[in-house]
Design a protein around this ligand. Sequence first.
Ligand code: ADE
Length: 233
Amino acid sequence: MNFYVMTLFPEMIEQGLNTSIIGRAMEKDLLSLKAINIRDYTLDKHKRVDDYPYGGGAGMLMTVEPVLRTYEAVRADIAERTGKSERPRVVYLTPWGHTFTQKMAKELAQEENLVFLCGHYEGIDERALEEVATDFVSIGDYVLTGGELPAMVMIDAISRLIPGVLNNEDSAEYESFTGNLLEHPQYTRPEEYNGKRVPDVLLSGHHAKIEAWRKEQSIERTKKFRPDLLEKM
Ligand code: ADE
């Protein structure tokens, strides 16, 4: 998977994603990540990338030209790397987009190239979005200062679904949000800590009983924290 992030803050993306599991996957060439600075593509002599909104209103908007020129540079890079000239999927991060879900992560993990467009200020001139964006995604009902953190959240969630990125292949599936039940409680050594013991069933070695306990705990936890998921089942 080749990720491209069009942003005014490329160092934020690079620094945020070059460690831990995602960093290791990049070293192993399972993933690549290029953060492209939109400001590098402005033709304005003062390097401006924003302007006042027509019709008035608070804040500034990112202008069309630098975004389109950045997009062309990304497409040229994809064509050079892969020999393919079709339009890549471009995710625009915005609070008014479709809410990001595990299902969406699975679907996007099938792409060979995936481009993210991060807005700043009050957003981006609509004409740029019409030209480049194919998907509009929000990571939740709250407003952040820009699309960088949402892009990083999405890249993390998508990357761990790519074969080889996690050490243990089946752990990508065996977690919260698979099958609409939340994950059961988990324990590791020691067996007792400050008088708190690991549940006996987990030490029993009885696999069927352990599975039954885990399922019951998952249901209890889902009832408590996310009853809406149970209603969907
Ligand atoms: N940009 C600002 N807030 C956002 C959010 N919640 N999701 C995606 N992009 C955003």
